[in-house]
Design a protein around this ligand. Sequence first.
Ligand code: NAI
Length: 337
Amino acid sequence: MSTHVTLIPGDGIGPSITNATVRILQAAGADLEFDSQVAGMAGVARFGDPIPDATLDSIKRTRLALKGPLETPVGEGYRSINVALRKTFDLYANVRPAHSIVPGGRYTDLDIVLIRENTEGLYVGVEHYVRVGDDPRAAAESIAIVTRQGSERIVRYAFEYAVKHNRQKVTVVHKANILKFSQGLFLDTARMVARDYEGKIQLEERIVDAMAMNLVLHPERFDVIVTTNLFGDILSDEISGLVGGLGLAPGANIGVNGAIFEAVHGTAPDIAGKGVANPGALVLAACMLLEHIGDDDRAQRIRHALETTIRDGKTVTRDLDGTASTDEFTDAVIAKL
Ligand code: NAI
């Protein structure tokens, strides 16, 4: 039976790279049935809402979405797209694999997966100003909320990911030496979860500042990394930089009630409509979706076709120093399949 997937083409280069990705999935014989829905500026144009109820309802039904980049409309009164999606589907795990594909980069043999807690920490938005004398904004406080339940589910997700993908080690990144309560709770919980995987998956602990340096000096030493929201936000971009930037970076937001797969890059307004965007990141996100539904072999086949097309370097898009259009690049990947 086909798997139903909500397809959100998105804004800017979104429709073009989504179309390319769907063509590649179909050429690979993926048994997916797409329910196309709008969000972002396309959502505003059609329904006056960047995240229309029809789109949320579709994801509630399918519990799976493949999403192109979205432009968040500026101005008051619009719902934040990411917050709405994260809250509605409790998307607690942000998964960002980084793997060297393009030859000649700074590091040629990296294969790191960063798993970031997506719902807690300093990003919960509990903030306020503190008045001192007649200055109403003399100070400001932001509160980081870390729960045992939230920590346990993200660390367990990381260990389960490691088991499923034949990984060896999970590095827990924290700052428990200074933030003894919030980060301490995260670290204690991680140690507790790790006991269930003793003998199977190794636990490693790193303090975030040392981790930032180690990622630059010896990134090949890392395998799966799990950390809290703010540290994950920063380290995931650092790791993308190690493998050549955001151009080929996929991401997944996994939750209790759904999973959304997307490219990490944005709508690329400077090249939108020119037919030259690289669909690679969204194709890799689609491979993550296939793995999520257990179609690992097909994901592997598509990834191999994409990577060999890029390594051949003959028919690649401008961002990869080629001259091919989005369609020509897509045709080359399909030919490799
Ligand atoms: P961007 O990622 O769209 O573009 C940065 C640079 O990378 C541009 O030069 C662009 O041409 C290039 N680029 C990005 N993707 C590419 C691709 N697939 N092929 C070739 N070149 C590519 O970031 P920017 O300019 O900061 O943001 C533009 C818009 O995208 C904003 O409205 C922002 O809010 C939105 N955005 C949406 C995201 C999402 O929906 N997940 C994520 C990041 C940004």
